[in-house]
Design a binder for this molecule. Sequence first.
Ligand code: BGC
Length: 355
Amino acid sequence: MKVRISFVVLSFVLSVMIGLSLSRQVGSGEEAAESDGLLIGLSMDTLKEARWQRDRDLFTARAEALGARVLVQSANSDDTRQMQDIQALLSNKVDVLVIVPHNGKAMAKAVAMAHEAGTPVIAYDRLITDCDLDLYVSFDNFRVGVMQGQYLVDALPTDRKSRIVRIYGAKTDHNALLFKAGQDQALKPLIDSGRIEVVHEDWAENWKPENAKKITNAAITNHGATFDAILASNDGTAGGAIQALLEEGLAGKVVVTGQDADLVACQRIAAGTQAMSIYKPIKNLANRVAELAVEMAKGRPIIARNGVDNGQIEVPAVMLEVAVVTADNLQETVIADGFHAYEDVYRNVPEGERP
Ligand code: BGC
C-alpha cells in the first residue's frame, strides 16, 4: 500500500513531499540501481504534433537512464479513452502517473482515481484544474502568449491601422487559455488605441491544422484578403492557416505567428511564409519531469519554485524558459541547441541563398 505525504508550502518556494511507497525498498548505491523496478505511467493526449513524439521519446529515454520503466498510452484527443488509459496504467501499479491531459478539467477525475490508488500525479506541460494535483511542470505559457502578441505589435506598421485574424488553440486545453490571455495583454493597448483591429477570431478544435485552415478560409470569405497578420497559437494551426494563404497566393505577404519550433515551421520561417515561432526546449521539460517522477516514485522531497492556482489548490509548479525564433536567429536557437539540423531547416532554401 502507498501513502502520500502532504505538501509543505512556503510562499513561492514550495517544497513538495510526496509519499513514500511503503511497499518499495529503495536500495543504496548507483542512481539507476536505486530506481530498479520503478514504473512510471505516461498518459498522453495525442502524438499528432511532432513535438509530442519528441516529448515521449526524450521522457522515456531519461527515465530509463535513471533505471525506471515507462508505460506510455496516447488517447487520440478523446477524454473517455484517456480515462481508460489511466485506469490501465493504475492497474499496472505504476508508482507515479504523468499526464498530458487532452482536457484539463476532465482529467481531475483521473487525479482523484490515482490518489485513491496512492499514486501521485504530475501534469506534464498542461495543467489539470480543480483537483489536488501533486506537481505541474511546464513552460511559462502566459509568457508564450505575450511573446506571440508582442511580436506582432513590433512587426506591424506604426503609421496605419493593421487588421489581424486570431486563431486560438483547443478550448479544452488550459494552455490555450493562457496563450490567449498573454496575447490579449500584449495586444490590448493597440486594440484600445485602434491601431490593431481583430477582424476574425476563433478556436481551432483539438488544435487541428484543418480547423485553422477553415478559420482562415472563413476570414478570407468574410473580409477578403485584407488582413496583415494571423496570430496563430501554435505551429500546427499556423500550418493550416498558411495552407489557406498559399491557395490565395498570400503566403509570405501576411505575418503568421506560431509556437513549438516544429521542423516544418522552422522550414517555413527559413522560406519566409511564417514569421516566428516559440522555441520550447522539450528536452529540458522531458528530462526534468522524468527526473522528478523518479524522485517522487522514491518518495523523495521535491522543490518547486512556483505555484499555480488550478482552481482548487496552489499546485507546486516548475516553469521553464522559452525563446522567440525568427529567420534572424534560427541558427542561434534551434540549430545551436541541436533541436534541428541546419541541413533540415534550410532544405527548401537554395544553397546560394542560405545564411
Ligand atoms: C502545447 C503546445 C502544443 C499544443 C497542441 C499545447 O498545450 O503547449 O506546445 O502545440 O498543445 O498540441
